[in-house]
Every structure is written in C-alpha cells, then in structure tokens.
Design a protein around this ligand. Sequence first.
Ligand SMILES: Nc1ncnc2c1ncn2[C@@H]1O[C@H](COP(=O)(O)OP(=O)(O)OP(=O)(O)O)[C@@H](O)[C@H]1O
Ligand SMILES: [Mg+2]
Length: 318
Amino acid sequence: MRFLKKGDDKKPKSQSGSETKGHPDLKVISGSQISGQQPQQQPPPQQQQPQQQNITLPNIKYKIAVASGKGGVGKSTVATNLAISLANAGGAVGLMDADAYGPSIPTMMGIQEQPKVSPERKLIPLVRHNIKLMSIGFMVPEEQAMIWRGPMLHSSIRQLLSDVEWGELDYLIIDLPPGTGDVALSLTQAIPLTGALIVTTPQDVALADVRRGVAMFERLGVPILGIIENMSYFLCPHCNEKTEIFRKDGGKNTSERFGVAFLGQIPLDAEVCTAGDIGVPIVAGHPESPQSEAFGVVAQELETVLEESDDEDELTIL
Ligand SMILES: Nc1ncnc2c1ncn2[C@@H]1O[C@H](COP(=O)(O)OP(=O)(O)OP(=O)(O)O)[C@@H](O)[C@H]1O
Ligand SMILES: [Mg+2]
C-alpha cells in the first residue's frame, strides 16, 4: 500500500506525433495552429516530436477515467448516466469519449452532428442533457477507427483535452476503451487524472479483469476512486423483485479485496439498454426510475470519495 498525493505528476515522459487526420472541419486544428506557435518557432525537422508536456486543465476540478478490464461491461452506459447524475446534482460536467476503437457516447447521448470550430480554432463541445460532449469518433471516419497508428492516437487524445473549449467544469468524465492499452497510457501522459473508476460485472470471472485494470492504473500512478458493479441484478418491472442473475456481490467483494471504495450496483434492465440505443440515457429520460436512482447513488458515493480526498489531499492506491 502506498499513498499518492493528489495531483502528483509521476507520469512518464514520451514523444508525441502530429499526424491527426480526420473530419475536414477538425483538420484545421491539428498541429501548431492551436498551440499558437508561429512557423519560425517550430522545431527543426529532426525534433518535430517534442518532449511530452502535461496538459493541466486548471478549470476542470476532477478528471476521471472510466475503465474496465474487459469489453462490454457497461463503461459507456455508466459514464453517460453517471455524468448526467452528477449534472442533476448541480455539477458542471463534461464527457469525453476516448474509446478510439468503438466510440459510442455520441449515439448514447443522441448526437448526430459534428462539433464546430471557434474563431480561436478550438473545438466547441456539443451539449446534450446538460453535458458538454466530445468524442474521438468525431476525428476519424467510422471505418478508420480500428486502425489507429500510435502517434495519431496519442495526438488525438491530447487534442480532445487541450484543443477543446471545455470551460469551467466540476467533472470531466472520460470513457476509455476496454482493457489496458494505448489510450489509457496516452491519457495519463497528457493530464494528471484525479483517478479512475473501474466498471465490472458481478461474476467471478470478471475478477481477473478488474485486477488487470487496477494494476495498470497503479503502474501509471493513477488512484482508483472506486468500483461500480453493473448488471448486478434484474429488477422485475411488474413486482420490483430483485433477481441475482449472476453471482451476488461479486463487485463488492472484489472492491473489498482490493481495498478500494465500492460505489454501487446498477441493475440489468432492458430500459437502460434501450435508453442508450435511442440517445436518451435513462437518467435523462426517466430520472425518477429505480435504475436512475442507482446511478444517483453511484454519483453520491463518488462525490463523497472525492470530498474525502480533497480533505486529506491524498488518495490511497494499491
Ligand atoms: N445495466 C444495464 N442493463 C441493460 N443493458 C445494459 C446495462 N449496461 C449496459 N448495457 C448494455 O450493454 C451493452 C454494452 O454496454 P456499453 O457499451 O456501455 O459497454 P462498454 O463496456 O462501454 O463496451 P465497450 O467495452 O465495447 O466499450 C450496450 O448495449 C448497453 O446498452
Ligand atoms: Mg464503451
């Protein structure tokens, strides 16, 4: 067990590329134009990949990654509904879709258009359900999303952070692709994250995946803020009876095992799925439903963890 002082910058330095290509509207913002560098200030060709520097985003209080060891456990669903719950509780919230291999947040939030570029050549986030939204999916055609080259991916993640008019935010929720890959690395190299949330399902088999996720963030020096168990139980829409379809309390037991906070359980529910498909997340469409209440509990628990960490100014990681 070791303690990490909040805001510590222990991220490794790396090289960045400048090859982002994508939607025609967005091409204009790549490279030196955004950073305000004049041509004469550019490094000579052999140094075109400068030393990485962290982006600080001082106007964003909490930068939180949503991750999982494996795919399809509900990261994007949780990220979306959690963001809206935090906004409903009065927070100013941004949602960044960093899933380069399957960006799904625009669909889940009901967004079809592309972001516009401001006169200062910054991307203006789209706003839906009171959330500011940007997606890496806006930067490449859909069919290209599976063939990212390392530097291009790295550069796009940085663009989503530094070249977007996020404004003042309490929370920036960042939806990651599944597993332990390049995107998480690029993200942690770019900004000091407040911490990461791990989404899991209750089965025993998910345990190993959670362990991998926790280990990755530990290696990257990012505190784990908590575990969220999704698809925990089936809530009968007729009689409200709970049925534990998978194993009971797997996520809770896992969080105890890893010594991290357990933030709550989200029911397995057809409405949650449909709501994501039609672009009106359940917390936005049915804020009074038991499913939305479950997301509200997670948001509250997260706020508590963050307040405690503010008080102590340090977070415990494994
Ligand atoms: N609690 C839930 N009840 C019912 N369906 C759910 C629930 N959570 C997620 N789903 C559905 O499961 C599918 C996968 O969810 P989602 O896309 O959020 O997972 P993910 O972890 O982000 O996936 P990926 O790893 O591919 O990014 C979606 O169709 C979503 O609507
Ligand atoms: Mg996803």
